[in-house]
Design a binder for this molecule. Structure first.
Ligand code: DX5
Ligand code: ZN
Length: 235
C-alpha cells in the first residue's frame, strides 16, 4: 500500500476572518491538503462556502504546495462541479446519494481535469464502488454524519476502512493504479494511528487542528500537527 500519509485540515473550523493566513500557517505546519467543505442546507443541515471562496484561496494554497480537496455535501452535484473545477479545485468528491447518475458525475470531474472521488456516510454501503473503481481517485469515508465539525469519531468506521482498504489493494494489485483512502470526522492525534492501521492514508482534521488557541503565532499549529505525525510514524 501507499505509505505516504497526508493530513488535510478542514477549513470549516478555521477563522474565516483570516482565512488566507490560516491556510498558509496550517500548511507550513506540515499539512498537505486544504479540505474544503461545501454544504447547501439541503443535503446536510448547514450552509458554508462555494466556488467564490475556492477561487479566492486557490493561488495562496497552490503557492504553498497544497491541493484543494472539495468535499461536496450538496444535491444535486452536476450543476456545481464545473464551477469548482474553474475555481481551482484539485480533487472533487461527492456523496452517491446526491447524484442521479454517479458514473456520469465522476466522469465529468475527470473530464474537467480534477481528481474524482466518492464519499460514504456512516450508513452508506461501499457497494456503490462496485462498477466505478476505475473512475475514482479517492474514496472518502465519513466517520461522523456530515454537516458539522467537532463531532465524535464513530468507531464502526474502522471496520469499514479495512473493507475499503481491501477493495483498493485488490484493485491496485490488478491495475497498478493507486486510489487514496481518506477519512473525515473526529480525527485527532489520539486516534489517528488506529485509523491509519485500519487503512486510511489521508486524514481530514478540522477542530483538532484549528481548535488550537486563536493567536497570531504562525507556528501555533505545529504542536498538534507534530503530534499527529508522531502517532503516524508509530504505525
Ligand atoms: C463534516 C465535514 C468535516 C468536518 C470535520 O461534515 O465534512 O470535514 O469539518 O471536522 P472535525 O475534524 O472537527 O470532525
Ligand atoms: Zn469534509
Amino acid at each position: 500500500m501507499d505509505k505516504t500519509y497526508r493530513i488535510a485540515p478542514s477549513i470549516l473550523s478555521a477563522n474565516f476572518a483570516k482565512l488566507g493566513q490560516e491556510i498558509e500557517d496550517v500548511i507550513k505546519s506540515g499539512t498537505d491538503i486544504v479540505h474544503f467543505d461545501v454544504m447547501d442546507n439541503h443535503f446536510v443541515p448547514n450552509l458554508t462556502i462555494g466556488p467564490l471562496v475556492c477561487d479566492a484561496i486557490r493561488e495562496l494554497s497552490h503557492n504553498v504546495g497544497a491541493l484543494i480537496d472539495v468535499h461536496l455535501m450538496v444535491e444535486p452535484v452536476d450543476r456545481i462541479i464545473p464551477d469548482f473545477a474553474k475555481a481551482g479545485a484539485d480533487i472533487i468528491t461527492f456523496h452517491p446519494e446526491a447524484s442521479r447518475h454517479i458514473d456520469r458525475s465522476l466522469a465529468m470531474i475527470r473530464d474537467l481535469g480534477c481528481k474524482s472521488g466518492l464519499v460514504f456516510n456512516p450508513a452508506t454501503p461501499l457497494s456503490y464502488l462496485d462498477y466505478v473503481m476505475d473512475k475514482v481517485d479517492m474514496i472518502l469515508l465519513m466517520s461522523v454524519n456530515p454537516g458539522f465539525g467537532g463531532q465524535k469519531f464513530i468507531p464502526s468506521t474502522l471496520g469499514k476502512l479495512k473493507e475499503a482498504r481491501a477493495r483498493i489493494d485488490a484493485y491496485t494489485a490488478e491495475t497498478g493504479r493507486q486510489i487514496w483512502l481518506e477519512v473525515d470526522g473526529g480525527v485527532n492525534a489520539s486516534n489517528i494511528a488506529e485509523i491509519a492501521k485500519a487503512g486510511a492514508d489521508t486524514f481530514v482534521a478540522g477542530s483538532a487542528i484549528f481548535g488550537a488557541p486563536q493567536d497570531t503565532d504562525p507556528n501555533r499549529y505545529d504542536t498538534v500537527v507534530k503530534a499527529m505525525r508522531a502517532s503516524l510514524a508509530s504505525v
